[in-house]
Ligand binder design. Structure first.
Ligand code: PAF
Length: 283
């Protein structure tokens, strides 16, 4: 498996491959790969002849310097993990910050028609400008036919679909279901940084989301939101940052429950220093 650190080298390799492949898939990641990533990559391998996995901790999407510094960087073990995958052509693109940004490590400003207004967009200033900037750049560099993103970052997935639509980028965006640990915790590269007591407590997040979904069937959204807040207020370790029920398409917080709309609940929680997010379809 080839690992490229420069876009020029990656481009050369992809171009020599071009006559042999019909479709090229891209799985953008920030590394510290886990089985959720592997599921995305396996799906990409089953639908494309060549898959590029990018591994790049993107500085412009972090609103917190300590989170950026502490984000796990495990290229060697990531590549070893990719080598365990069955059949399929994978190329790894692990660029430096300079290869992506040159000497201007800044995000562009985007409008995603309101999809960015709430939840992650509200609590992580500039986050989606950073995501939009790096993903657009990766699309320009790799020129994939298909690109794969997990639904754990559901708001990000919707924003990337909007990015592609607004900028006429010729790529299919494919969303993949959330992968969970056996105790229900959504897989995330951040889970490895949880202290044992917080790791033990963290499945409470998904457990609460599932109960909220049941309650949403018979209760008003206001009641469900109050109930979730009260559960976390009593929790000794987990601190709720937000719990929002939003329209699944516009991502605007629910106003009045309508039978004709699909809703999703979104949550962000601090487990000690580690911020975890999750979401669930409600109806
Ligand atoms: O979801 C992620 O890991 C990142 O936000 C992404 C899409 C790789 C962009 O840096």
């Amino acid at each position: 498996m080839n690992v490229f650190h420069k876009k020029s080298d990656l481009n050369k390799a992809v171009n020599t491959f071009k006559s042999a492949y019909q479709t090229l898939g891209l799985v953008p990641t920030m590394g510290a790969l886990h089985s959720g990533h592997l599921a995305l990559i396996k799906k990409a391998l089953s639908e494309n002849n060549l898959v590029v996995v990018s591994i790049f901790v993107n500085p412009t999407q972090f609103d917190n310097t300590s989170d950026l510094q502490k984000y796990p960087r495990t290229l060697e073990s990531d590549v070893a993990m990719l080598k365990t995958l069955p059949e399929g052509e994978i190329m790894v693109y692990a660029p430096s910050v300079e290869d992506i940004y040159g000497d201007n490590v800044n995000s562009s400003n985007f409008s995603f028609d309101g999809l960015e207004d709430n939840m992650e967009g509200e609590f992580r200033t500039g986050h989606f400008d950073g995501v939009g900037t790096v993903v657009k750049r990766l699309f320009e560099i790799v020129k994939p036919d298909n690109a794969y993103f997990g639904e754990k970052d559901f708001q990000q997935l919707m924003i990337i679909k909007k990015l592609v639509e607004k900028h006429n980028i010729p790529v299919n965006i494919i969303g993949c279901p959330i992968h969970r640990e056996t105790d229900g915790l959504a897989m995330s590269s951040r889970n490895a940084r949880l202290e044992p007591e917080y790791r033990k407590a963290a499945p409470f997040i998904y457990k609460t989301l599932k109960s909220a979904k049941t309650k949403f069937g018979t209760n008003s959204d206001v009641k469900v939101i109050e109930w979730v807040k009260s559960k976390f207020a009593k929790h000794p370790l987990l601190k709720l940052e937000y719990f929002t029920i939003a329209d699944e398409e516009s991502l605007q917080p629910i106003n009045r429950k309508s039978k004709s709309k699909s809703y999703r609940a979104f949550i962000a929680v601090y487990a000690g220093e580690i911020r975890l997010i999750d979401n669930i379809a409600l109806n």
